[in-house]
Design a protein around this ligand. Structure first.
Ligand code: SF4
Length: 338
């Protein structure tokens, strides 16, 4: 019965994003005149279901981190809507900023840079616990000790400072700080990319375990498809400020549809000497987000480019069973949008 309830919740979106844009102005001259824009996000739409992990993958500079931060309104969107449990996040922030910050948390990539070196772990984790009234005084101290233990640290670690820990332990502190305020939705922004490979799997296992135990929903951002494969339920692929493919994990890894996703996947080694995947080498560099190519943004590097790709922009359409792709090769009449 409990499992059935969980499954039902998993099919309901906790977060819905529609037409999200974030342009960063380029200013020049004495009067800092705007001479152009970096189109970091240019019309991103997707939803995250309650209890799932949506993996967001793409090369550096494609807009993954900006997506995570714009969802939480850590950077203000230029256009578009972000709904958390059907409520616009901007409006929620105006009415109850502390409530939104408690429900929607972020785990940063650089565990050292995101921890105040002058505060001990008890204060780093306990500050938000006290601010949000989750526990006070001695109770807060006990609460911090408990959350540290849940994150694989020892209670006595709360008296130490960030420089006294290894990279993996610091990331555990970052996780403890984010989860101490009992969030419902967490953006994990490349949380393991700064760690050694041996430590990465420990932290990934911890995040999986905490998700189940604390009923969390993650948007997991990474440039590494192997990490995305391990932790995600669904996968979204970004290229130059747009989502080009969005699919359940199994379907995506069995047969990616977008030529860019195919190329990314072909770079992952197959752990089977008999089965070998043909490596697809992409030609050219990623174009500048200041003046992205017209039509399909991938057309300058695509081996299957057609004439219409240069002028017409392919929409992100459902090819069936929730496997969305933005590519004319796979579009048939009547495909549904995200
Ligand atoms: Fe390639 Fe055209 Fe598909 Fe873009 S729309 S990925 S250019 S085939």
């Amino acid at each position: 019965m409990i499992e059935a309830g969980k499954e039902q919740r998993r099919s309901a979106p906790i977060l819905s994003v529609a037409g999200l844009k974030k342009y960063f102005p380029i200013r020049k001259g004495l009067f800092r005149k705007t001479v152009g824009n970096v189109l970091a996000l240019d019309g991103v739409s997707f939803s995250v279901n309650e209890g799932e992990t949506l993996g967001l993958v793409g090369e550096s500079g494609c807009g993954k981190t900006t997506t995570g931060r714009t969802l939480l309104h850590l950077v203000k969107p230029t256009e578009g809507t972000v709904l958390f449990r059907q409520m616009p996040v901007g409006e929620m922030l105006r009415k109850d900023p502390a409530g939104v910050r408690r429900k929607m948390q972020i785990i940063f990539q650089d565990p050292y840079g995101s921890l105040n070196p002058r505060m001990n772990v008890r204060d780093i984790v306990g500050e938000a616990v006290r601010y949000h009234g989750i526990a006070r005084g001695k109770d807060a101290d006990g609460y911090v000790a408990d959350i540290l233990e849940q994150c694989g640290l020892r209670p006595e670690h709360r008296f130490r400072y960030p420089h006294e820990f290894s990279g993996g332990q610091r990331q555990r502190i970052g996780i403890a700080r984010a989860l101490a305020v009992k969030p419902e939705f967490v953006v994990c922004d490349e949380p393991v990319s700064a760690l050694d490979v041996s430590i990465q799997s420990q932290v990934l296992n911890l995040l999986c375990d905490l998700r189940e135990r604390l009923d969390l929903t993650y948007l997991f951002i990474s440039h590494d498809l192997s990490v995305i494969r391990y932790i995600s339920d669904r996968v979204a692929v970004m290229y130059l400020g747009k989502i080009v493919e969005l699919a359940p994990k199994k379907a995506f890894f069995a047969a990616p549809l977008h030529p860019y996703a195919e190329a990314l996947l072909s770079a992952i080694p197959v752990p089977d000497p008999v089965k070998q995947r043909k490596r697809i080498i992409l030609e050219g560099d990623v174009p500048s987000p200041v003046s992205p190519p017209s039509g399909c943004r991938f057309h300058t590097r695509c081996a299957h480019v057609m004439d219409r790709c240069r002028h017409e922009e392919p929409a992100l359409l459902d090819g069936g069973s929730g496997h969305f792709v933005a590519c004319f090769l796979h579009h048939e009449e009547g495909g549904g949008t995200v």
